[in-house]
Design a protein around this ligand. Structure first.
Ligand SMILES: [Cu+2]
Length: 111
């Protein structure tokens, strides 16, 4: 019977969605390398709750500073080999750049 089939499919789907909703989010971690005129990878797609580790590879007086284009977050000046982690909780697309190298741009899509 079609109706019953559709109903059981709906219930199965609801059960799957319910299970997803209650299971703790498995947060991912992605490393982005920064340096002189460099954000690598420049484009990134992650899930909400994932953390991005910005790893500065290059020595720079005052360090390298990762800045959100909209001003919503900013790292401290990172010394060579220093890492800074930011957790992206909210979906959206975040443009970033380096304060010391404004031409170095990146884009992080949070789904
Ligand atoms: Cu530099």
């Amino acid at each position: 019977m079609h109706l019953l089939g559709a109903l059981s499919r709906r219930l199965a789907l609801a059960a799957v969605l319910g299970a997803l909703a209650v299971s703790p989010a498995l947060a991912g971690e992605v490393v982005v390398k920064v340096g002189h005129n460099k954000i690598d990878p420049a484009k990134l797609s992650i899930e909400a709750g994932d953390e991005v580790v910005f790893h500065n590879l290059d020595a720079m007086p005052g360090g390298h500073t990762v800045v959100a284009d909209d001003g919503s977050f900013q790292s401290p000046g990172l010394a060579q080999d220093e890492k800074w982690t930011h957790v992206f909780e909210k979906p959206g697309t975040y443009g970033i750049h380096l304060k010391e190298h404004p031409a170095a741009k990146g884009s992080i899509e949070v789904k």
